[in-house]
Ligand binder design. Structure first.
Ligand SMILES: N[C@@H](CCC(=O)N[C@@H](CS)C(=O)NCC(=O)O)C(=O)O
Length: 208
């Protein structure tokens, strides 16, 4: 099948959600991947000519240009429907699907960003142990919402199968471990993350 999509991708950044989804969908042969060093604002200023936001991902499909990782994933799911990676409104758990697709970005990433700031951006002089502890506590508290979805031995967040909800949340959980902060993650959620990271699609996508 001919290439139709273009993705500007930074290793470990939110564009990994699209790489992972593409592997699960079996459509990687349709995507031209443009690797971008992170952060582009400092390491690839020419990228600002293509994406003035300076953020990753950037996705292009003909005249379509998108820069929000979750919106791009939803776009690909609708372009490649039907797929088990999406839940339809008629299926049980549809509301959980919507909830966790959004939760992985909108609720998980801001406090994780607080940890990133303290660990990677602030200097020893400006770093605040209080702010870092507060961000860690906030992340741990939000992870309880993931535990609730996995109660009663459920393997996935919605619909008893892997969906975009798991890809959205799984990316955020993986980032916590990449920061060396895996101890924040409750054991049931850590086991869930291990299951996600054992998937061939994750392994292939995360190496690119
Ligand atoms: N909500 C957006 C956030 C995009 C974003 O902030 N991406 C980060 C990488 S994970 C980035 O490019 N940061 C560098 C910058 O904004 O300069 C999404 O989900 O795609």
């Amino acid at each position: 099948m001919s290439t139709a999509y273009q993705l500007w991708h930074g290793q470990g950044t939110r564009s990994l959600r699209i790489m992972w989804l593409a592997e699960e969908l079996g459509i990687t042969d349709r995507i031209t991947v443009h690797p971008v060093p992170f952060p582009p604002r400092m390491k690839a200023p020419e990228y600002l000519d293509i994406n003035p936001r300076g953020s990753l991902p950037l996705f292009v499909d003909g005249a379509v240009r998108m820069t929000e990782s979750i919106a791009i994933c939803l776009y690909l799911l609708s372009r490649h429907a039907p797929t088990p990676l999406a839940l339809s409104p008629a299926e049980p758990g549809y509301h959980d699907y919507l909830e966790y697709v959004v939760f992985g970005e909108a609720s998980m990433m801001p406090p994780i960003g607080g940890i990133v700031r303290q660990l990677l951006i602030e200097t020893p002089e400006t770093r605040s142990a209080t702010v870092l502890a507060e961000a860690r506590e906030n992340v741990a508290f939000r992870i309880r919402h993931i535990s609730a979805a996995l109660a009663d031995g459920r393997d996935y967040l919605a619909g008893c199968r892997l969906t975009l909800a798991d890809i959205s949340v799984g990316y955020s959980l993986n980032l916590i471990t990449a920061l060396g902060e895996g101890a924040i993650i409750a054991p049931d959620v850590a086991a869930y993350l291990d299951r996600l990271r054992a998937r061939p699609a994750w392994i292939t996508a995360s190496e690119r």
